[in-house]
Design a protein around this ligand. Sequence first.
Ligand SMILES: Nc1nc2c(ncn2[C@@H]2O[C@H](COP(=O)(O)OP(=O)(O)OP(=O)(O)O)[C@@H](O)[C@H]2O)c(=O)[nH]1
Length: 375
Amino acid sequence: MSEDTSPVHAPRLAREVADTRQRLVTGGLFYLLGWVVVAAPSDVAQSHAVAGALVGLAFLLLAVLRFWPRPPAEDAPADKLQAWLDTRWWVVLATAALWGGVLSWTLLDPHMAPGRTAALLCTIAFATAFAHNYSLRLGRAALGIGLIYAPAPILMPYTGESLSVVVTLGVYTVYLGLVMVRSYREYQGQLDLYDRVRSQRDEFETLSRVDPLTGLANRRYFSGAMDHLLAGCRMHQQPLAMLVMDLDHFKYVNDEFGHDAGDVCLARFADRMREVFTAPGVHLARLGGEEFGVLLPGLDVRAAAEAAERMRASLELHPLQLREGPLSITVSIGVASLAPGSSAEGTDLYRAADRAMYQAKTDGRNRVRIDLGTA
Ligand SMILES: Nc1nc2c(ncn2[C@@H]2O[C@H](COP(=O)(O)OP(=O)(O)OP(=O)(O)O)[C@@H](O)[C@H]2O)c(=O)[nH]1
């Protein structure tokens, strides 16, 4: 039962696992009940007591196997989800085959003849339920229905049943086929809709935390990360540093080269940030316009100022590459850090770094300034 198990299908498979699990809950015991109803009027207890008991036990075992093992977690790898589905299908198909055997038995063995009508009615009910509930996979559903139902139209012409019953069963087979295909299509439609809703949800989720122009975190996400990092740094008795960086005379880039070139400049600046700030735990964000933020957990104000100076110097030495050519642009950077024992909050850290950045602007731009108010 090999299927496509590429990771991209994992959420779709997880959904199928959940739906299959839901359908498995009922069903198994109905086959057992069906067997009791078929066996009761026949003299199986006298003629084939052991075989009859084994069939009952087999239905019971298959009913139990529907509940065990439990499905893997929703976010499990696709191959695990697929393996669980495959084993559940074996159980369902084995149940169908066993029922097909029961029906054949009632048709072929005169001892079982009194249970034949009940077997036939159960067969129609089970095949119909199968067509409605198990058309998650077309081929497997067709096989299951065939196993349950095929003995009836195949064997009945040889058991003295009237032609009208045989023809009716044949016509019903066509109906089952149509129901199965329709259920399959409806289910695939549901899965497609589920995929679309999920990818839109992922897109919205990404948009809610990422700045689309630069791919950096946005201000909202950055604030949340700051609270989180601050709690972590306090727990581990570490400082937390922040840089606020503002491009100098950025308006000139827009005015001179156009807004699109300004956008590319912002994106290239973000790339440069990624190149320069590579320490683990660093958070980069676009705070708005041409203002950017960096959170540096574990760095005191001096170490953070050194990191800021690396960024400033990098920009000064290596101009950003725009389509129009290299662009020499500079950045003013404000630095602040919260000491491990400080009771100041994230907003205080932000304000201090922002103050330092404005000081850098006032002092002539293209420089790093420190605010020691929170250090
Ligand atoms: N292309 C582009 N420009 C933006 C964006 N957001 C803000 N700006 C522009 O950024 C410029 C900011 O100008 P100012 O606040 O005067 O700052 P500045 O020119 O960098 O000067 P100083 O900060 O004082 O060095 C304005 O022209 C805004 O239109 C954006 O997403 N894309």
